[in-house]
Design a protein around this ligand. Structure first.
Ligand SMILES: Nc1ncnc2c1ncn2[C@@H]1O[C@H](COP(=O)(O)OP(=O)(O)O)[C@@H](O)[C@H]1O
Ligand SMILES: [Mg+2]
Length: 510
């Protein structure tokens, strides 16, 4: 089965010439010459980005989603590929309404019309994972019913397995590919996709965000109707508004666009610095605007969470950046242990300066936080920093927010809007007020911890011995794994030879 999947990937790769991308990266060019000799009949007029996009489209909706996610990883991908992948559209024909009705009937144990008044048979929207219908609760409340595509779990499990194999192959046959961390990227994608498969989880995210913004004058979030929700179905308040990309319609309803644009930035920084919980799927399809000018958030499949360390990292770096204090930025990384302690501050500082100084060539108001953070991550990677996934998620969301904000109001001053949030947070974290707060929250637990101290010390001392033994075992396991992978490589070699023969037969035989 696995071999079959592998065959499919390799044949699609050959059809769209993806192997060329790998060979082009081979600087010696020797391998490329041999390959061109064998595949002399192949020519490609289209640029590599287009070929990659078409290959993903031909592999199906999950690969399309993967491509979309990949397009946001500008820290890993060259711009030509990222731009092309950003054009992928997650558009899928809706699944038959009978299937939706059958699924709902199984879940509620009675016909849909006994559960909802007025269940609209025509879906409002349909994507690869779910589709949405409007309906009414028995008491007349308008709701939106989000239903998971029947059988999608199997499709996803199948395609994810394919992606994992592809990632492994890429890492094995292409030394340069390792830099792209394909397996890590696929693992991240798997996590998000699995989250999207659980609508109870999405409903919980929605309800948390709603609570966080309960009294907000800037954003509204639908109410979840829990009694009607299940793993495959989410029922929530139906929201009325105009999609944010329809700028003309917004103007027509008299929305103050510059205010809306500032509010977007404010909402984002509030989520990040006040709540440490942010909506991380900020594309225009998920954002609507109410007639009164408030944002309407939808689609809570992907949320980011940040802890105090993450927030501190962000605030410190942003503030230092905008004061062009690269030394402080470099030092903050080393002190926090994000980059290895052996890193030379001056070298790291110089590297950050080199990539960031050009950004600051513009007036402060035009500078992109997202891009600045992206550059920082790219630099930090060169210095062996493992960038945390939640920070990458944040950086991607920042780029979305800024793009959106600038579309609404080209004059948006990001720095002016964001600075108060950063400074307020820093003030609250530093100084004696923060210390007193910390003591207040920590003190009650001291009564419990202090008597345990001697036992804990003893425990720590004995544990370190055990850890050494565990490390030894892990090393041995790694060695065994490496031996097994040798076998795998040979198998891949045989398969590639068979495919070569097949491809040659397809071209010359027909
Ligand atoms: N609560 C709601 N009120 C009104 N429309 C909604 C609501 N929830 C979803 N929709 C509509 O359905 C579309 C798809 O919903 P979304 O949750 O974004 O699904 P997906 O995860 O497939 O993108 C939205 O773009 C919006 O048009
Ligand atoms: Mg959506």
């Amino acid at each position: 089965m696995r071999l079959l999947r592998l065959t499919k990937i390799v044949s699609v790769s050959l059809r769209f010439g993806l192997d060329r991308m790998i060979l082009d990266a081979d600087t010696s060019g020797r391998l490329a010459r041999v390959w061109n000799f064998v595949f002399f009949w192949r020519t490609y007029d289209e640029p590599r980005g287009v070929r990659l996009r078409r290959a993903l489209e031909s592999l199906g909706p999950i690969f399309v989603k993967f491509g979309q996610m990949l397009s946001t990883r500008r820290d890993l991908l060259p711009p030509d590929l990222a731009d092309e992948l950003a054009m992928l559209q997650d558009r899928v024909p809706p699944f038959p309404t009978e299937q939706a009705l059958a699924l709902l009937q199984t879940m509620y144990g009675k016909p849909v019309d006994d559960v909802f008044g007025n269940f609209n048979r025509t879906p409002v929207a349909s994507a690869s994972v779910a589709q949405v219908h409007f309906a009414e609760l028995p008491d007349g409340t308008e709701v939106a019913v989000k239903i998971l595509r029947p059988g999608i779990e199997h499709v996803i499990a199948h395609d994810l397995a394919l992606l994992e194999v592809a990632a492994m192959l890429l890492e094995k046959v292409w030394p340069e590919g390792r830099r792209l961390k394909p397996r890590e990227v696929v693992a991240e994608f798997t996590k998000y996709l699995n989250d999207e498969l659980d609508l109870m989880r999405e409903a919980a995210n929605c309800s948390q965000l709603r609570r966080n913004f309960k009294d907000s004058s800037l954003m509204i979030v639908p109410e979840v109707h829990w009694d009607w929700c299940g793993r495959n179905v989410m029922v929530m308040e139906r929201m009325h508004g105009v999609q944010i990309s329809q700028i003309e319609a917004l103007r027509a309803q008299g929305t103050d666009l510059p205010a809306l644009s500032r509010a977007g930035v404010e909402i984002f920084f509030t989520q990040v610095f006040r709540d440490g919980f942010f909506h991380a799927d900020m594309h225009p399809g998920n954002i609507f605007v109410h007639r009164d000018g408030r944002y309407i958030a939808l689609d809570f499949g992907i949320m980011g969470t940040l802890n105090e360390v993450d927030k501190n990292y962000l605030a410190t770096n942003f503030l230092a950046f905008f004061q062009r204090d690269y030394h402080r930025v470099a030092l903050a990384h080393i002190e926090a242990g994000w980059v290895p302690a052996k890193t030379r501050v001056d070298e790291f500082e110089a590297a950050i300066r080199t990539v960031c100084e050009p950004i600051f060539d513009k007036p402060l108001k035009d500078i992109s936080f997202g891009k600045t953070l992206l550059r920082l991550f790219q630099t930090a990677r060169r210095f062996e920093m493992e960038v945390q996934p939640q920070l990458v998620l944040l950086q991607k969301t920042l780029l979305n927010i800024e793009g959106l904000g600038r579309q609404l109001d080209p004059e948006l001053d990001l720095w002016k809007t964001a600075k108060p949030f950063l400074e307020r947070w820093m003030n609250e974290q530093m100084g004696w007020r923060a210390l007193i707060r910390e003591i207040k929250t920590e003190a009650p637990s001291w009564a419990g911890t202090l008597p345990q101290l001697p036992r804990l010390i003893h425990h720590t001392l004995t544990e370190s011995g055990k850890q050494q033994a565990a490390q030894q075992a892990r090393m041995e396991q790694l060695a065994r794994q490496q031996r097994r992978q040798g076998w795998l490589l040979s198998a891949i070699g045989v398969l590639a030879a068979a495919l070569l023969a097949l491809e040659a037969y397809r071209v010359f035989g027909s």
